[in-house]
Design a binder for this molecule. Structure first.
Ligand code: ADP
Length: 367
């Protein structure tokens, strides 16, 4: 079936005159909502954009716009991610959900677009994707303002907390000299709470950095196995009711930003504990295959539905369910993890089944 025939088939239902009314109404609604529509033949890569889609990518209605033409307009730092999201959706027939900036000539203005779509229909020889494009520049600018504000506030909060931590350590040393067990116990509880607050503030600070497109990496060589052991010890105050097992694997040396990768593992491990029952086991592994290292964190908790999996790594996304109502969170941890891993040239994803648990995995390139 040709692409044009497919479009006609999708739009026409008998009786004919009624079908045209339905099409007209749909077109009118889409135009007035400034929504662009598109259809892609996944095999031939033939791309059929509406006039509004063309306009959003900076093309005139009479100009031709292929998929490649559209991708060229995507800002350099986002292009690779967009291409791999499209390829992945085509390969697995999954939905497309992309937010990316396009650069528009002549003054190189940046416009943020939201591109969503899904596998639409197939006959024996064709696979079609169809979807919509929206201008989300204003929303993105508001997000940026909000995240700058969060960044400023978090920074201000961090300074007194860091001082507090230092005083706790001094008091702790003093209490140890006095052999004052009550004070030692109380201070260790205060320290745990301060650590928790610092962790939250660091996440907020990183969020504002990530949203502004600023994740700076300071890479050095370190052993991933050592880092995993360290993180498990450091996060005992969150995960102590779970039995964490590190599966035997290779000792892998990697050149990456140790602090940022530590943050990723802390986030994934805390989530594994947070979203599974008390006493449920958690398994962590680190394996090496050719030029790639894979870290995997497996829990036996509530799991995630296929619908949520697609959006889990977007900022502020939280799955909705009865169980989730009792668990608090900002919905930024996974977004930060994915930004950090992407900046390293790696991949992050989750395999999960509701009720059976989840396995979060990330890869890093090794040389
Ligand atoms: P937060 O945990 O603060 O809500 P995250 O960004 O870390 O934010 O996670 C986003 C969402 O992903 C969570 O709200 C939850 O719905 C889901 N999630 C993350 N990790 C798990 C897990 N191990 N098991 C089940 N759901 C998870």
């Amino acid at each position: 079936m040709q692409l044009n025939e497919f479009v006609q088939l999708k739009m026409s239902v008998s009786p004919e005159n009624q079908s045209f009314r339905a099409v007209d109404i749909a077109r009118l609604a889409l135009d007035s909502a400034n929504v662009g529509v598109w259809i892609l033949d996944a095999r031939s890569r033939e791309f059929l954009p509406s006039d509004r889609t063309k306009a959003l990518f900076g093309f005139l209605p009479e100009e031709k716009m292929s998929l490649e033409d559209a991708l060229v307009k995507v800002a350099d730092r986002h292009r690779k991610t967009v291409i791999s999201a499209v390829e992945q959706a085509i390969k697995t027939h999954s939905n497309i959900y992309i937010e990316c900036p396009v650069i528009l000539p002549p003054e190189k203005k940046q416009r943020w677009l939201s591109i969503t779509g899904g596998f639409s229909a197939t006959d024996v020889s064709n696979d079609y994707f169809s979807g919509i494009v929206l201008d989300i520049t204003e929303q993105k600018q508001n997000d940026l303002r909000r995240s700058k504000f969060i960044g400023m506030v978090s920074h201000e909060l961090k300074t007194p907390l860091t001082a507090l931590k230092a005083y706790i350590q001094m008091l702790n040393n003093w209490a140890k000299k006095q052999k004052d067990n009550f004070t030692i116990g109380a201070l260790s509880k205060v320290e745990k709470q301060v650590k928790k607050m610092l962790q939250m503030i660091n996440s907020l600070l990183n969020l504002s950095g990530a949203e502004a497109g600023k994740i700076n990496l300071t890479k050095r060589e370190f052993d991933m196995g050592d880092l995993i052991t360290e993180v498990i010890e450091e996060t005992m105050f969150i995960t102590s009711s779970h039995n964490i097992t590190v599966l035997p694997g290779a000792s892998v040396s990697v050149n990456a930003d140790r602090d940022k990768i530590e943050q990723v593992i802390v986030n994934l491990l805390s989530n594994a504990a947070k979203y599974s029952g008390k006493d449920d086991p958690i398994e962590v592994s680190c394996t090496k295959h050719e030029h790639t290292l894979t870290v995997s964190i497996h829990d036996h908790g509530m799991g995630i539905s296929a619908n949520d999996i697609e959006k889990l790594f977007l900022p502020h996304y939280r799955a909705e369910s009865k169980e989730m109502e009792k668990i608090t969170g900002f919905g930024i941890g996974l977004y930060l993890c994915s930004e950090i891993i992407k900046r390293h040239g790696g991949k992050i994803w989750v395999e999960s089944e509701p009720g059976l648990g989840s396995t979060f995995k990330f890869t890093l390139p090794i040389n």
